[in-house]
Design a protein around this ligand. Structure first.
Ligand SMILES: [Zn+2]
Length: 65
C-alpha cells in the first residue's frame, strides 16, 4: 500500500500559484447561497453552471453503414 499516492492533490500543467478571487462570493443564481471557492473563477456553483459538459461514458459507438 503506497501512502504517498494519497498525499494531496496532483496538479499538472501549471507551476503557477493558483489565483485567488473574492473570498465571500456566492452563486449568481437566484436563491442559491452556495458559496464559491475563492479559487473558482466561475459565477455559479457547480449545479447552476451555465455550461455543462455531458459526461459520455466510453466511446461513441461507430455506426456501421
Ligand atoms: Zn447555485
Amino acid at each position: 500500500m503506497q501512502e504517498t499516492a494519497l498525499k494531496g492533490r496532483k496538479f499538472t500543467g501549471s507551476a503557477r500559484a493558483p489565483k485567488t478571487y473574492s473570498t465571500s462570493r456566492t452563486c449568481a443564481s437566484k436563491g442559491c447561497d452556495t458559496r464559491l471557492s475563492q479559487y473558482n473563477k466561475r459565477e455559479h456553483c457547480f449545479t447552476h453552471a451555465p455550461t455543462r459538459y455531458p459526461r459520455l461514458r466510453g466511446r461513441i459507438a461507430k455506426v456501421d453503414a
